[in-house]
Write a protein that binds this ligand. Structure first.
Ligand SMILES: [Zn+2]
Length: 259
């Protein structure tokens, strides 16, 4: 996603119609395209008490179910910045995605929406979907993408390839970090739906942190991750990231593009 001009991508995302299983809805959706939003478009639904329950929908192809350590960490990191009085739960579904070859952002969007179990918001429930296809992104350097307000893909083959020399970092550690990184984009990090009062966005990698100790560091979602990071991979938001989210939650940082 981030190899393309963000502004162009956002324009496309804003006006992509929804796939729907119901004929009546299909007609309606053709007339009034439902906004799928941009990454960060459901940030406030997470950060504020507008929703009291979160469901993380994990749709994976056979053999590509994420590690328990990754999903546990994801839940932990989200619970550190968002609060849901009725908790955060998972729905795991083994899924046969269409055979699209290598995956573009559009493929992720289409296959994501074709397989969503429910709308991203319904009543007071917020749902984010993470899909784990068997194939790679059409840029095989890309480990993960966030394509709209509720949809993420993580590419397991590329995650495995990104493991470092002597398995440091291991594929599991890479997956741990990538899953939190992509969720960070759904939280609007960095500067996706707001402008931080602190200059911590990487100048040549829009939407990413310039701090290699943040999970939002730009190299985290790239196969080069093993080359850029020495020692432990970051798998949590840094103080600037957390301050941005706290400012958004408190209303001291202005937010845009919410759906
Ligand atoms: Zn990223």
């Amino acid at each position: 996603m981030h190899s393309r001009p963000l502004i162009v991508l956002l324009s496309i995302l804003l006006f992509t119609p929804v796939l729907s299983g119901c004929i009546g809805d299909e007609i309606l959706d053709d007339v009034i395209p439902q906004l799928k939003g941009i990454p960060g478009g459901l940030t406030m639904a997470c950060l504020t008490d507008s929703h009291d329950k979160m469901v993380l929908e994990i749709d994976y192809e056979a053999g590509y179910k994420p590690e328990t350590s990754s999903t546990d960490l994801l839940k932990q990191r989200i619970s550190e910045v968002c609060s849901f009085s009725k908790g955060i739960s998972f729905e795991f579904t083994e899924t046969d995605f269409a055979d699209v070859g290598t995956w573009s952002a559009d493929d992720v969007r289409e296959q994501g929406w074709a397989n969503k179990q429910a709308d991203p918001t319904s009543g007071k429930t917020l749902r984010w979907q993470l899909i784990f296809p068997a194939e790679s992104n059409d840029d095989d350097n890309v480990l993960g993408v966030a394509v709209d307000a509720s949809t993420i893909a993580i590419f397991g083959e590329s995650v495995d390839d990104a493991a470092g020399f002597l398995n440091r970092p291991s594929a599991e550690e890479v997956e741990n970090s990538v899953i939190v990184h992509e969720a960070g984009h759904l939280l609007g990090l960095v500067n996706l739906v707001y402008t931080s009062p602190v200059d911590h966005e990487a100048s040549d990698k829009p939407g990413h942190s310039n701090n290699e100790d943040s999970v939002m560091y730009w190299a985290i979602e790239s196969v080069t991750v093993a080359n850029f990071i020495s020692g432990d991979l970051p798998n949590e938001f840094d103080q600037d990231d957390k301050d941005d989210l706290a400012g958004l939650a408190a209303g001291t940082i202005e937010v845009s593009n919410q759906i």
